[in-house]
Write a protein that binds this ligand. Structure first.
Ligand code: NDP
Length: 284
């Protein structure tokens, strides 16, 4: 139940029309009786400073930043949590006594989802792609004690950057960059494969990776949340792998945001139902 003066949260991105996060977050607010609202705002790059200043002036308790603001928002806030500092990008801003604190919950959401099928500690992980999602996932895996990470990308320079970043996280993880040219087969000793590319979205081509002869017990994950059962996951399951879709990552990062803003650890089932309704009408 909201009062006449609810706490305010929301999201700044553009385009923003297809963002289903508000549906999940508001369902959790209602379910837990949290007196807050979540506003999905379309904010152009030049307007980001004014949007953040507006949120500050109106006393918002926090907000999400999605594309294209995840790096630019750092200039507008007062500090960074450790993983956001390492990743160099922020997707969740939290009001604290010290001012606006930038967090990166994309990788944390992935890890929380991964833990439903595997403990990240001591794993040997092949990450496909070297964009923002792959970078956040690599850093969180390193902070969680993964043993080895390979980052494969068609532009190998970006993979090398992430490998250097993982080394600087100083968690004992060894990182290697791989040039991804043609069909890639996961290294024999990989225990987890993560698709962190945008391939798998409707209309994009298949992910050029082969699961033929992979070891039993391999876990294959995708970041694509809609449709969740991607061609990559279907092929991995047919080869005997355990699979994890990107819907869980999206849901868990939203749940972590709510906990950071309100202190309440929300019910994932309630949020999942709202997400499924929202993405049923999601346009690509
Ligand atoms: P970026 O644009 O930062 O990175 C895209 C990555 O995909 C790059 O590594 C790029 O390679 C690679 N790629 C794109 N097209 C191709 C291709 N044809 N062949 C090979 N590689 C390709 O995007 P993000 O990292 O921000 O997002 C990636 C995906 O993750 C998106 O689909 C997004 O929706 C999803 N995502 C899901 C979240 C969730 O909660 N489930 C959260 C955040 C993101 P190159 O560098 O060579 O261009």
């Amino acid at each position: 139940m909201t009062s006449l003066l609810p706490a305010l949260t929301g999201s700044f991105s553009t385009p923003a029309a297809g963002n289903p996060t508000g549906a999940m977050v508001e369902a959790a607010y209602v379910h837990h009786g949290i007196d807050a609202r979540y506003l999905n705002c379309d904010v152009a790059p030049d307007d980001l400073p004014a949007a953040v200043a507006g949120a500050r002036a109106m006393g918002w308790i926090g907000f999400n930043c999605s594309l294209p603001h995840k790096v630019a928002v750092i200039e507008e806030i007062d500090g960074l949590a450790r993983s956001a500092e390492l990743i160099g990008a922020v997707n969740c801003v939290v009001r604290t006594d010290q001012g606006w604190l930038g967090e990166n919950t994309d990788g944390q959401g992935f890890l929380s989802s991964l833990r439903t099928v595997a403990d990240p500690a001591a794993q040997r992980v092949l990450i496909l792609g070297a964009g923002g999602a792959a970078r956040a996932i690599a850093v969180e895996l390193a902070l969680a004690g993964a043993d080895r990470i390979w980052i494969a990308n068609r532009s190998v320079g970006k993979a090398e950057e992430i490998a250097t970043l993982v080394d600087s996280a100083d968690g004992g993880t060894t990182a290697y960059a791989l040039a991804w040219d043609g069909v890639l087969t996961p290294p024999d000793d990989a225990t987890i494969v993560v698709n962190g590319t945008s391939l798998g979205l409707p209309g994009s081509g298949p992910v050029p990776v082969s699961f033929e002869g992979v070891a039993p017990g391999l876990v294959v994950c995708d970041v694509i949340p809609n449709p969740p059962d991607t061609d990559l996951l279907q092929r991995a399951r047919a080869a005997g792998a355990t699979t994890l879709d990107g819907r869980g990552m999206l849901l868990d990062q939203a749940a972590i945001n709510i906990r950071l803003w309100t202190g309440v650890d929300p019910d994932r089932t309630v949020m999942g139902r709202a997400l499924d309704i929202a993405i049923a009408g999601w346009e690509h």
